[in-house]
Design a protein around this ligand. Structure first.
Ligand SMILES: [Zn+2]
Length: 238
């Protein structure tokens, strides 16, 4: 029996240099809008878009009870069509730094893939839901304010969400006037009825509130035989 050994080894990879003459590479045509009106071209997010020398970014500090060290998440943005009516700030890359190297290879892989998705362009907001849905089978943890984090990855999802809201790619989830009134009324009734003195409680919601399946906040109380969430207004009785 002959031995066939795989001797090929990947020793490195070439980095393809984007042409310097333009901000967009040659085959970028399909993504470009060339209006017949004679206006300037609109540059859209595109994977061959060359990284500018300088990007503006935001760094978020994350301290979880599952690690001794804080995690620093940096998201850098690119500004497209600056100074025009089509000016748009889009996420370009993400980095995570921590002294904790337990999950280093997974963190590097995750951030490279998220960065690649950012640079692909199109709608990247689906990342938020995908990340937020990840749960750690060893158990999640509680955040200050009574929010439950099913995993560190989910927390990363909330950070990306926060960032996308900040740069205007995602709308801030807002309650309508009716929901806000209902929440306020229910809360007042509940606190009056139970004569709760929760001044020393860490949570901003009444003591004994249960976890809401919709918004993951311990803010669900029983009112008039009906479970109602004081955070998002979710109610079992409509
Ligand atoms: Zn809720």
């Amino acid at each position: 029996m002959s031995k066939t050994k795989i001797t090929r080894k990947i020793v490195g990879y070439a980095v393809k240099q984007a042409p310097v003459k333009d901000a967009v590479a040659d085959n970028a045509e399909p993504r470009r809008e060339t209006p017949e009106t004679g206006r300037a071209e609109v540059i859209r997010m595109h994977e061959k878009l060359e990284r500018p020398e300088m990007l503006i970014g935001s760094t978020y500090k994350v301290k979880t009870p599952v690690s001794d060290h804080a995690m620093y998440v940096t998201i850098n943005d690119i500004v497209l069509n600056e100074g025009t009516e089509h000016e748009k700030r889009r996420p370009f890359e993400i980095f995570i730094n921590s002294k904790n190297l337990d999950h280093y290879q997974w963190i590097v892989a995750l951030t490279r893939i998220i960065s690649a998705v950012f640079r692909k362009g199109g709608d990247v907001t689906f990342l938020v839901d995908e990340l937020k849905a990840v749960f750690d089978p060893r158990g999640g943890y509680w955040k200050a304010g009574g929010k439950f984090m099913p995993s560190i990855i989910a927390e990363l999802g909330y950070i990306v969400e926060k960032h996308l809201i900040m740069i205007g790619l995602l709308a801030k989830p807002e309650l309508n006037e009716e929901q806000r009134k209902l929440i306020e009324q229910k809360r007042a009734e509940f606190e009056a009825a139970a004569k709760q003195q929760d001044a020393f409680s860490k949570s901003e919601y009444p003591e004994g509130a249960q976890l809401c399946a919709k918004c993951s906040t311990a803010a669900v109380i029983m009112m008039d035989g009906c479970m109602t969430c004081l955070s998002c207004g979710d109610s079992k009785c409509g």
